[in-house]
Ligand binder design. Structure first.
Ligand code: ATP
Length: 327
């Protein structure tokens, strides 16, 4: 799928498969294209090119029955400023064939005490909980959450994570959430796609991404003549053994460090800021990840986007954008 606003290309051909029942995080910095992607999948924005299927339907042509199967956070309820929380939920519940019980839903999102409160008196965090309550009142199969925990305090964030997990694990709801918080994506998601400047730079389970990030270790030491050295290697034990052998004694200031997923993520983000795309000079794991992202299974997907042309090299693995191993 591609998206341009006028002559500005915002999504450069992204390819995603989201499987039924999973929590999928679209992770990326400000302006990466996360909201644009979600709005296209929700049917609110018309893509410029490519194929998109959500619950078996092209969202550009989704009807009311399709929409009732999808949970999304609408801003329009904020127009009902003077309504009470429980009243508002009951009102929206009427639009769905098999809605949740409003009282049970308030308990689920931790708003029981606010049931009788006017919505414009809710705190920011409570409003976001009401957002989620309204998004799930119709028992959606697929839930879209665009940066849902922005502005949450740590406790509200943890409660929210527990709620999203319960929805996915206990009720089989598929969740697509966007975030710029790596820790949130790692904590919640079954799979993560890293979107940077409109391209999927890496993808996989949190464990896969962390393994890939740590594949190369950095070894630092000081030579006999006092020079500080550093070298990246996939086999640090061998390098250390060789150093020890060559030095014929202890290696000064020896340090072996494996990059964390955070190191790698920040590297991908900053590389976009500085060096631009695919310039062959990058040093992150983005190129590898981008390649693998395109190999994800296409089975049983709830939401799927693709170019609808020949596989796009940028996300299908045919063209790893840089030579990160040389760095
Ligand atoms: N209606 C629009 N017209 C023109 N450009 C737009 C429009 N909406 C978004 N953009 C641009 O598209 C790019 C992607 O925006 P988008 O909101 O999808 O990013 P995001 O990843 O959700 O960012 P954030 O984390 O800041 O919300 C940005 O450069 C933004 O300025």
């Amino acid at each position: 799928m591609r998206m341009s606003y006028g002559t500005t290309h915002v999504l450069h051909g992204i390819d995603l498969d989201i499987h039924r029942g999973e929590i999928f995080a679209l992770l990326g910095p400000n302006g990466a294209g996360k909201t644009t992607t979600v709005e296209i999948l929700e049917g609110f924005r018309q893509r410029s090119a490519g194929e998109v299927t959500v619950l078996g339907t092209d969202p550009a042509h989704g009807d009311d029955t399709w929409r009732a199967r999808i949970g999304l956070v609408l801003q329009s309820w904020r127009d009902h400023r003077r309504w009470q929380v429980a009243e508002l939920l009951k009102h929206f519940a009427r639009y769905y064939p098999a809605p949740r019980d409003p009282a049970a839903l308030l308990a689920l999102v931790g708003l029981t005490e606010q049931a009788g409160q006017q919505v414009d008196r809710l705190s920011g965090g409570q409003r976001r909980r009401l957002d989620v309550a309204l998004a799930i009142v119709g028992r959606p199969e697929l839930l879209f959450l665009d940066e849902p925990t922005t502005g949450f305090d740590p406790e509200a964030r943890r409660d929210f994570h527990d709620l999203v997990e319960r929805l996915a694990r206990d009720e089989g709801v598929t969740v697509l959430l966007t975030t710029h918080d790596l820790a949130e994506a790692e904590r919640l998601a079954d799979r993560i796609a890293v979107l940077v400047s409109g391209r999927i730079r890496a993808g996989g389970t949190p464990a896969e991404l962390a393994r890939r990030a740590a594949a190369q270790a950095e070894v630092r030491w000081t030579t006999a003549d006092g020079t500080a050295r550093r070298e990246r290697t996939e086999d640090p034990s061998r390098l250390v053994w060789e150093l020890h052998r060559d030095t014929q004694g202890p290696v000064a200031d020896l340090e072996v460090r494996r990059p964390t997923l955070e190191d790698t993520y920040l590297h991908m983000v900053h590389r976009e800021d500085g060096a631009g795309n695919g310039d062959g000079a990058g040093a992150g794991a983005g190129g590898r990840g981008a390649g693998r992202a395109g190999t994800w299974s296409r089975e049983a997907s709830d939401a799927e986007t693709s170019d609808g042309e020949a596989p796009d090299a940028e996300t299908s693995g045919g063209e790893a954008p840089d030579g990160e191993k040389e760095a």
